[in-house]
Design a protein around this ligand. Structure first.
Ligand SMILES: *Cc1c(COP(=O)(O)O)cnc(C)c1O
Length: 346
């Protein structure tokens, strides 16, 4: 039985063409700044997203950590969503390693952090308080696309109050594809650039829906990236012949951005199928992540093990979560729907 793995868009395998690009990549020692494939990826992504410089990172977690540590000093504070990855899913690294205090803010239903709440949480200049230095947003956040108007307003507020602005854009290109599809930008690349225009730094994951095996890239000003480079070395992220990995990321940038629309369409197909199952409440997906809650009494516990017995993998820490990606097709999605229907019919 083949497995339909909907646990995450991180489970993708590099395609044959991506592996070829990796094998053909010219390599050097990136700690000396000598790896041409890393340098090309960094220059190309920075240029595309409208930043001066970029830095290849082993993981998105390290990329966000180095970004926060480059924006903030010990005793500073950052404003962040209660369910943001940087706050909730990165082991508390900003606090543990950066001595940066998080100030979490509850999300509005659309995933945004309400502007009045941001404003209210900015601390006065008073020795009792940590210094509020940074606003960190995430897009997509829980699969939702932050509205362009919201980004503009949040960014203006941050600038008015002297806060730096960081975007955890692990799924930046999912957001960009959705924005373009709504007609708010000419294409996904224009949308990505427009989103990034509201931030001082952006971290992008290539190991999610873009389908590379490893890697994130942090973008920002030249001066910011110089600081981040020191933190990357200190946190053990200086890689040597990293061009093997950067070539995969560059291949993804060239070949796997527009196709994210297919993942979004499959998520919609999955949501439509699941919504027809009595006992499940399904949230309409905006990109490649489908959330659902079991409403039928006594049925929540057994669902994931049952799906697994039918070769369908999903997760359910807070809510049921199904993620589509380039190694899932319509037949796989239909199997997930059929197995779920079978479980609730029993
Ligand atoms: C996956 C992810 C990251 C980083 O994850 P790594 O596994 O460390 O690469 C950061 N932010 C968000 C929103 C993510 O989904």
């Amino acid at each position: 039985m083949s497995i339909v793995d909907l646990r995450s868009d991180t489970v993708t395998q590099p395609s044959a063409a991506m592996r070829e690009a990796m094998m053909a990549a010219p390599l050097g020692d990136d700690v000396f700044g000598d790896d041409p494939s890393v340098n090309t990826l960094q220059a190309e992504l920075a240029e595309r997203l409208g930043f001066e410089a970029a830095l290849f990172m082993p993981t998105g977690t390290q990329s966000n950590l180095c970004a926060l540590m480059s924006h903030c000093q010990r005793g500073d504070e950052y404003l962040v969503g209660q369910y943001a990855h940087t706050y909730r899913w990165e082991g508390g690294g900003a606090a543990v390693l950066g001595s940066i205090q998080p100030q979490p803010i509850a999300h509005a239903p659309d995933g945004s952090l309400p502007l009045d709440e941001i404003e209210a949480q900015i601390k006065p200049d008073d020795a009792h308080f940590a210094r509020t230095r940074l606003l960190a947003l995430e897009n997509t956040i829980g699969g939702k696309v932050l509205p362009m108007g919201y980004l503009a307003a949040a960014s203006a507020l941050a600038q008015r109050r002297g806060l730096a602005r960081h975007l955890d854009g692990a799924r930046l290109f999912n957001a960009a594809v959705a924005v373009a599809q709504r007609g708010e930008a000419a294409d996904a690349h224009a949308a990505a650039r427009a989103i990034c225009g509201h931030f001082d730094s952006v971290s992008v994951c290539f190991s999610k829906g873009l389908g590379a095996p490893v890697g994130s890239v942090l973008c920002g000003s030249r001066e910011f990236i110089t600081r981040a480079h020191r933190w990357r070395k200190m946190t053990g992220g200086g890689l040597r012949q990293a061009g093997l990995l950067a070539a995969a990321a560059r291949y993804a940038l060239h070949h796997h951005v527009e196709r994210l629309a297919q993942d979004h369409a499959l998520a919609q197909r999955l949501a439509d199928g699941l919504a027809a199952v009595p006992g499940l409440a399904v949230e309409a997906p905006q990109t490649n992540i489908v959330f659902a809650d079991v409403s039928a009494p006594g049925k929540a516990q057994g669902l994931l093990p049952f799906l697994k017995s039918r070769g369908v993998l999903a997760t359910g820490l807070y809510r049921l979560r199904f993620v589509t990606h380039l190694d899932v097709d319509a037949a796989g999605v239909d199997r997930a729907i059929a197995a779920t229907r079978e479980y609730f019919a029993a």
